[in-house]
Design a binder for this molecule. Sequence first.
Ligand SMILES: Nc1ncnc2c1ncn2[C@@H]1O[C@H](COP(=O)(O)OP(=O)(O)OP(=O)(O)O)[C@@H](O)[C@H]1O
Length: 924
Amino acid sequence: MAGGLNFRRGDGRSILLVSRPMDTRSPETPPPPAAVTPMMAQYIEIKAANPDCLLFYRMGDFYEMFFEDAEVASGALGITLTKRGKHAGDDIPMCGVPVHAADQYLQKLIALGYRVAVCEQTEDPAEARKRGGKSVVRRDVVRLVTPGTITEDTLLAPGRNNYLAAVSRQRGAGADGGDGFGLAWIDISTGEFRVAASDAGRFAADLARVAPSEVLVAEPVFADPELNAFWRGLPMAVTPLSPAFFDGATAESRLTGYFAVRTLDGFGAFSRAELSAAAAALAYVEKTQIGERPPLMPPAAEATDGVMLIDAATRANLELTATLSGDRRGSLLAAIDRTATGAGARLLAQRLAGPATDAGEIAGRLDAVAWMLADTGLRHAIREDLAAAPDIARALSRVTLGRGGPRDLAAIRDGLEAATRIAGRIGSGDHPPVIATAAGVLATAPQGLGEALAKALADDLPHLRRDGGFVRDGHHDGLDEARKLRDESRRVIAGLQADYAAETDIRALKIKHNNVLGYFVEVNAAHGERLMKPPLNARFIHRQTMANAVRFTTTALADLEAKIAGAGERALAIELAVFDELAAAVEQATATLRAIADALAILDVAAASAVLAEAEDYCRPVVEESLAFSIAGGRHPVVEQALRHESQSFVANDCALGPEETGDAGHIWLVTGPNMAGKSTFLRQNALIAIMAQIGCYVPARAARIGIVDRLFSRVGAADDLARGRSTFMVEMVETAAILNQAGPRSLVILDEIGRGTATFDGLSIAWAAIEHLHEVNRSRALFATHYHELTALSERLARLRNVTVRVKEWQGDVIFLHEIAAGAADRSYGIQVAKLAGLPASVVERARAVLAQLEETDRKSPVNTLIDDLPLFSAARIAGPAEAVADPVVAMLETIRPDDLSPREALEALYRLKAALREKRGD
Ligand SMILES: Nc1ncnc2c1ncn2[C@@H]1O[C@H](COP(=O)(O)OP(=O)(O)OP(=O)(O)O)[C@@H](O)[C@H]1O
């Protein structure tokens, strides 16, 4: 569309790319032709200033959209496209949404990746009329709504943070001379603001951890050929911005200005890349909120080594927060989330996204869970209080942004009440530090504010301030008086109706009200005639004749009307003043309220983990600085729950990957076993147990001892990435390469069926070499599942490689799965039995059996296993590094050859040249 939006829908997701900086005016927008109406001229001008947004243009009770915006929005929202007037000889397409239902349409547009500029009338239409007949009501964009900057409850998921992230790049500022990256992320609905330094190797994983709804990046970084495909492949809105947003020279002053401090030193030390990202994020918030300043916390620098690094592929494959199909249901988060509040759910999700790597911190969290487990009655009581405590952080944010309603104030009132109750329940005593600290914070709940809110707010509250009626009777004398007058006048009107009915002898006479006429007397058409004639016309003044009714007013009614309107207006004005007073008091207490919200979330997560541990029979893991990894009776948290629904039980299994007593390198378990036996489940459950342990949660096992895992790598499942032009096998190899290049002894590596995406021998060879590399170079704790039974022979050569298999029983030609892991190697895959179970036609199963028998016969004559004896042992020194590869003249020549560009003759010549180079290299 002309506005510079670019929509791409891949894998059912939409991605928004804004191709123009936000604050430049569209150079192509034509000046409004002379024939254009003043309103259209105003529209065109405002639209030109916001070319990359859909413009919601306020007209009375509707937000209207015109031109391409109308076409895009009507398609996206499924609303009727109409037309209004003409522009340059053509009909102007138009569509609109009612203001009262705008949130729901906004939600849909934002979810689809659009940005919306909300343009309001900024003066009363009466004011405009005073300026002359042709004057248009003044309008202005009051807010840009983008995926990363929403605050409305209806647009936000309670248990999920809504982050806006900015990524900055500093050329050559990274370790070993590479580029340095800075990451900043803000949730304006809760006030969180964090920054982290990153580098080229890990910023994709860091971004995946934050999982923002919108990513800001400088245009040149977006356009960089090396990164462009990455940005375009991200499953969230990516907004390229003018480099000015990231300007390093003004970054610091922007931050100090926002937080009204002289220097940032008090917030910590930031790298230039971090500062630039933080300033860009902040500038964008200011830009979109147009003058309103959300109450952000000062930026907190996160130590990048403070969290377990999990790349995007591993996150997706292990289905940590969503399944591969994008659902929360079926994910680890859904299986373990028992929190009672939205803030608790958000904290749990944050911890799951970045499990801790500090054994002390993890032990602290586990102590809190143990404390919650110890006293069931107290835990239940605390959880009941928590359930009654609404989302303080989000309510606070809306109140401060001027978007709060009476229910937001009530949320703070109820949150404070819950905080005081919980602090009282916990009391002082010998509590673990996490509990004691949280209780200490809750005890600081400002009593005065809580009481003021409780005293002022009514029991039933409207959603919007302007609806009034939210201040409790008896709170404000002036208000009570105005309300009394208003209500009394209403009673007088009811009396008046009875009088008029008696006087005219018309029993059906009614006094009604609408916004156009105000109060009026209504009678049916036949009676109307009478009222318009003497003597009654002296009292009843005709106003309107309808099809079936005639409407009148009277002097008494008009007087009462004025009184009621005056009283109503006065009452509302007083209520709004009370609201502002309370909002100011809330704003004053921002820091305390936020600390209370955090403390409630911490307690919620601890209590929820205890509930989970008790219900699911989990154990407290030991998490320590060593390289240990021993799990007794481990289970898969998600599969176990799913099986239970089908009344089946999960078979627990042990896993031990830690080094020998004195060693410093982990073990690799090579898991073989039939299809469907449970290999993948076993691999994943061990990774999930490590993650759960490091978020400070009890784990599905009888016992678990885990040495801190700093990076978790996995290569499981096969998902095409056709959007980025990669085949299944290519994706598999890219992910495997990342693991072999980066994993170390602190890492945990999960590899499932490496090499299965290609021909048998290619796959087997790659898997073989990968295991050797893992064993000799990476030295990580690792699990490797495979159907290549030939690989089990490697255990004879690799000291820390163990063969384990998932046991099955064969019974009358069928296979029975025991799901038990035992030492040893599987002798076969039972693939044909599984295929039979899956319902492959009997003839195909029979034929497969015959082919298999033939293949096995051939293999018996020259088994691949003999290979192990013929191959020299893998040695790390033998891996050709890139430098070595380039130094080889034959390789160098090969690299310059493009087979597709060669004629047959040129190809032959190239071959001769290569042979000659080889001879020369060998010195023949
Ligand atoms: N320990 C277990 N206890 C009970 N059921 C299990 C267990 N492990 C796996 N299962 C069941 O077996 C099914 C298959 O498991 P999984 O996908 O892990 O097998 P696999 O060996 O990786 O299969 P394939 O080689 O075909 O990929 C699971 O969906 C689950 O229902």
